[in-house]
Ligand binder design. Sequence first.
Ligand SMILES: NC(=O)c1ccc[n+]([C@@H]2O[C@H](COP(=O)([O-])OP(=O)(O)OC[C@H]3O[C@@H](n4cnc5c(N)ncnc54)[C@H](OP(=O)(O)O)[C@@H]3O)[C@@H](O)[C@H]2O)c1
Length: 292
Amino acid sequence: MIVVLGATGAIGGAVARRLAQQGVPFRAVVRRAGVDVPGAEVVRADLDDPASLPAALAGAEQLFLNAGGAVPADGEQPMVAQQVAAVDAAVAAGVRHIVKISVQGATPGRPLAVGAHAGIEAHLAASGLEDTVLRPSGFFQNLLTGVSAFTDEGDLLDPYDGGAVGYLDADDIGAVAAAALTGAAPRGGVHTLTGPRLLTHDDLAGALAPVLGRRVGVVPLPPDEVVAFLVDRGLSATFAQDVAELSRGAAAGELAELTDAVERLTGRPPRDVTDFVAEHADDLRRVVPQPV
Ligand SMILES: NC(=O)c1ccc[n+]([C@@H]2O[C@H](COP(=O)([O-])OP(=O)(O)OC[C@H]3O[C@@H](n4cnc5c(N)ncnc54)[C@H](OP(=O)(O)O)[C@@H]3O)[C@@H](O)[C@H]2O)c1
């Protein structure tokens, strides 16, 4: 049995859709009552309540481990305790293989998710379970969900000072995870996942313009100004400083990396940002502020 955590999320949803399409039996763990995941046996459990996990993992051979997309505004990161609890419960339940979603450049001691994922990866490596670690670059989905990605006038804010990122579609991350879970791709390894090309904020604005039907400007938000900007928008100073540190890294080219892992592990190339904006055109027109 494959257990999928976060099946209502962007990546977990893509995993669940693929398993269902392929007729692979799986169990989806959800937090709320009344949530349906097509093709799955649905069980309720919450990573904040470790006592709920043994029943969710009973009889499982594999676990897809992902949860918690957003870092709370106060900067406190619950992800480590949540995912460590999931790994421990998986060991106790006799799970053999975990596919974990991490982040590009996961490194102990770095801020926010970059350091948090490194800690979880280390715990997973020490667990004795077989593990496949997927370290994605930034998601196209951040255009829909990213905190403060746009100005109130609908221009794109660039805190990376022109630094490029190998953004990709969360759906492709789900495709790689599903391949590792079904045996279509080999188990094991640490894979950095990226899209097909490096993109600056100018490139993102260029991709958005035809879909939004207008020119999309790019407004520099130098890393040194990120703190004041985010605090002004109600986020904590600690969180804002952490974002600024990661932005400085991106501005210095830390995220300007491309890999062939999506194509190597799924047999098809990753989707381009033009595919993403076309598919999500209605959502983008609804979410992105429009100039008055
Ligand atoms: N955004 C990026 O650019 C980026 C880049 C690299 C890596 N990442 C990593 O990607 C991950 C986020 O993936 P995503 O975008 O697929 O997330 P997402 O869409 O926000 O989905 C999160 C899923 O986790 C579930 N969940 C949250 N808290 C839970 C809990 N306490 N117990 C059980 N389930 C819980 C959610 O359930 P509900 O539906 O009930 O909320 C949802 O199904 C994070 O670890 C992040 O660090 C993000």
